[in-house]
Each structure stands twice: as C-alpha cells, then as structure tokens.
Ligand binder design. Structure first.
Ligand code: ADP
Ligand code: MG
Length: 459
C-alpha cells in the first residue's frame, strides 16, 4: 500500500513551494528547522521555490513541466494550495495535471487542510495499529512509547500544537502515501452566462465565518489564534446576513451507496496495490485508479459518487462544458440566472448568521467543523446557522467546534446536511464570500463536488 514517489512513474523530486509571508512570516525557518532534516533522512529529494508574490505559485504550476516533479508540496497556509490547485486546473492538460500528488506543510495562520489530514492520519493509525507507521512516529515525535503516539494521534478533537502539526505533516510527506481528494467546482456569477469558475479543496463560506476570516487578517502575527480573536470581535457586532440558499441533497439511494462503498481501512490496506483499471480486480486507494461509468473499479469506493446522480435522467439541461473553461463539466449545476432544478431543496429561511460548506474535517487547526467529512467522500458538508441565535449560543457553538461536538449540541438554529451541490444568492450588494479562506468575488455563487479528482499526500 506504500506509494513511493517513483511508483507514480515520475522522477522523485518534490517541488516545495514556500510562502515566506504566510502565518507569522516564519514559514521558511519553520521548514529548515523542523522538516528539512526529515526529508533528507528519508531520502526525499526536493527543490525549494520561494514565492515572490501572490499568484506566483499559480502561474508557476500552470506552466511547469510536471513530468519533472513527483509531487507539488506547499509550506504555507491553505491560500497557497488554493493557488496550486487552480493553476493545475487552468491547464489544458488539467485532467493529467491534477493527478500530480499534492502535499501540505502547515506554515500559515490558516492550516485547515493540514489539520484535516493530521486528523485523518490519526484515525488511520488508531484503526490499524499494526501499520509500521507508528514506530516511525515515535522516532519523530517527542513520545517514545508508540502507544502514546497512537493515542496522541487518534482524535481530531485533541488539541495539537502548531509544531506537532508541522512535524506530523512532515512525516506524512516522508511516507509519501497518496490518497484521492475531493474538489468542488465553484461558480461566481456577476455574469451568469459566463461565470468565473474556481476549484476549491476545503470550504465555501459566507456570513460570520467569512467575515472573521477576513477581519482576522490584521491579527495574523498571532498565528492560528487570529480566528479566536476574530470570532470574539465579530460576536460583539453580530449581524444578520440575508440571502437565498438552495442545495441538492444526498438522496436516500445515494446515502445507502455511500455507506456500502465506504471500504474499511483493513480492506484497503490488505489488498494488493496493483490496480490498473479496468483489468485488475481490486484497487488500493492510493494508485492511479480512474474508474469511469463504462469501466468501473471493483472497489466500489473508487467509482465517483457523483456519477450516481450525474447520469440520472433530469428534467433540465445541465451546464455544458464551456469551451473556454478547463476542468470537468458541472453536470449538477444550471446557469446562475436560471432557477435551481426541481430536485433541489430551497431553504425557507432567508436570514442567516453563517453558511459554511466544507469538504474536509477542519476549518482551522482547532475548528473541527465537519466531523463526518473524509478526504474523498464526494460530499459537501453544509452547515448553516439561522438568524435569531444569541451571542452566547453562537459562542457555545464555536467552543464546541474545537472538539467537533457542535452538531450534537441540539442548537435549534444550526442545520447540518450533506449535499452534492449548493447555490447561495446573497441579497445585500456588499459582503464577503471566501473559498478555501481566500476572498472571492461577492455575489451569487454555486458549487458542486467532484469526488476524488485530486490526489493528496496523506495517511
Ligand atoms: P496564511 O494562512 O498565513 O494566510 P496563505 O498560504 O493562505 O497563508 O497565504 C496568504 C496569501 O498570500 C495567499 O493569498 C497567497 O496567495 C499569498 N501569497 C503567496 N505567496 C506570497 C508572497 N510571496 N507574497 C505575498 N503574498 C503571497
Ligand atoms: Mg470530504
């Protein structure tokens, strides 16, 4: 089940993109101080690329000769990976390019994906303690007793220091195991017939969370604590956000298929990783498995969950692949100036405090916002909070989110549902929408998930 970089038929070198200004501005020294010696010891050749400005990384990967690189790894916050993902998806050869293994080392103030993969890896280690990994962990981590390490890594609810998170992600990078990761296609529509399309690996936010993300920029010198400070400040001036929200729910049949197809870790790790669909019988989750409707993989988990509904008869025309856009067609979406399809749910309320769509578990290191989410579940975990919630109740929600218990809090204002696609039409002319923590054009927005189309170094 081990994927060495060379097994993906590429030379081994890793392009390591560092944003020197991310977080507290210490990404480079954190890298040299904590991760470089691990990579050297593990024999992972890497080339450091220091980004010089915003969108530098995006342009670089858009033009790069990807055959030279075994993986593209960022040492920054989520914003730099957002650039890399979009740079890859903007290429003519996006379908091949997005297969390049991606990696993340937390060097920013918002390290949500790093926190998520750290969380997933803990689950794996716990679920399958025989994996040799934990012995390695004990070498890298302060704890020498591997049992302690297993416990230490088990729960996403357990706080972890920024340094531990970095070392944990550095270790995942040394191992080089690759898994599939969901991306969402996001349409931003001031011009509905010609929308801007972005690809997102983490979140789409509006309202309280998006405002905190932006307002807390000024506290970036305190690192991850910026979100706590931002939350407290925003609570003091809590407001209502008006708009219309609609979504395509995960229907019962799909839900059942999801449950059936969630292969246990034991199954995944016990099978031979020799999958070359369609000929092989079973496939490990880590190799270049690209099942299609006509040649599905026998590992049901690997057949895109999107396809279950994408091929169903519909009473509307899905968005065609726009010739000017690269990337997969969004079969679940209709143009933003048309009403949502009839099988969508339109939320009756129009007054909100926040809307948060997540495809991974963590919104920040200590915000375990979507506890059910996994890397490639093909789901958007939609959370919204209706207006009318008190400041104390909202604060309680955010405190509970540190442990991931907020959904079990019976908060009458909070709604959590799993969806394939969603649309948000804010009513106010000005406001903030973030995608993966980055501010995007404000206005009507819609998104659909593309199950497992990217690949990430994790586990
Ligand atoms: P943080 O979590 O600290 O915000 P990010 O990785 O999200 O770190 O980066 C913040 C922003 O900085 C992103 O929008 C990214 O595109 C941008 N960026 C990347 N490299 C540079 C650079 N060299 N100078 C300035 N901004 C940069
Ligand atoms: Mg997910």
């Amino acid at each position: 089940n081990r994927v060495l970089y060379s097994e993906v038929h590429r030379p081994c070198s890793v392009m390591l993109l560092v944003n020197p200004h991310s977080g507290k501005g210490q990404a480079l020294s954190l890298f040299t101080g904590h991760v470089q010696h691990m990579l050297n010891e593990a024999g992972v050749p890497h080339t450091l690329v220091i980004t010089e400005r915003q969108n530098h990384a995006r342009e670089l990967v858009r033009e790069a000769d990807l055959s030279q690189w075994g993986a593209l790894v960022i040492m920054s916050g989520d914003g730099l990976l957002f650039e890399v993902v979009n740079g890859l998806m903007e290429r003519e050869d996006w379908e091949e390019a997005i297969q390049t293994p991606l990696g993340i080392l937390p060097g920013g103030s918002g390290n949500a994906l790093a926190a998520s993969i750290h969380h997933y890896s803990g689950w794996v280690t716990h679920q399958n303690p025989s994996v040799a990994v934990r012995h390695h962990y004990s070498g890298w981590m302060a704890h020498q007793d591997s049992n302690v390490v297993v416990r230490h890594h088990y729960s996403g609810a357990q706080p972890v220091s920024s340094e531990e998170l970095l070392v944990s992600c550095g270790f995942l990078l040394c191992k080089g195991l690759v898994s599939r990761m969901d991306l969402a296609s996001v349409h931003l529509g001031s011009s509905p017939s010609n929308p801007t399309r972005l690809f997102s690996f983490l979140s789409l936010a509006w309202g309280f969370v998006a405002d905190v993300d932006v307002e807390s920029e000024k506290y970036r010198h305190v690192g991850a604590a910026r979100f706590t400070m931002g939350t407290l400040v925003r609570l003091a001036s809590l407001r209502v956000y008006k708009g219309r929200l609609a979504y395509l729910p995960v229907d019962e049949v799909d839900g059942e298929e999801d449950r059936q197809s969630s292969v246990s870790l034991e199954e995944m790790t016990s099978v031979s990783p020799q999958c070359q669909p369609p000929s092989s019988a079973f496939c490990s989750s880590t190799l270049l498995c690209r099942p299609s409707k006509d040649s599905p993989c026998q590992n049901a988990a690997h057949n895109s969950r999107n396809s279950n509904i994408a091929f169903k008869a519909k009473n509307w025309e899905p968005m065609s692949a726009n010739a000017t856009l690269t990337g997969p067609p969004d079969s679940l979406l209709v143009p933003l100036d048309q009403p949502v399809p009839s099988d969508w749910v339109v939320v009756p309320e129009e007054d909100f405090v926040l809307m948060l769509a997540m495809y991974q578990s963590h919104l920040a290191k200590d915000l375990y916002a979507a506890p059910d989410s996994t890397l490639d579940d093909g789901l958007i975990h939609l959370i919204y909070v209706r207006a009318g919630i008190s400041r104390t109740a909202l604060l309680r929600l955010f405190l509970a989110m540190e442990k991931g218990t907020h959904l079990a809090n019976n908060c009458p204002h909070l709604v959590y549902t799993r969806v394939r696609a969603l649309r948000l039409e804010p009513y106010s002319p000005k406001g903030v929408i973030t995608v993966d923590g980055e501010v995007v054009e404000y206005g009507p927005v819609q998104a659909q998930v593309h199950g497992g189309i990217a690949r990430l170094i994790t586990r």
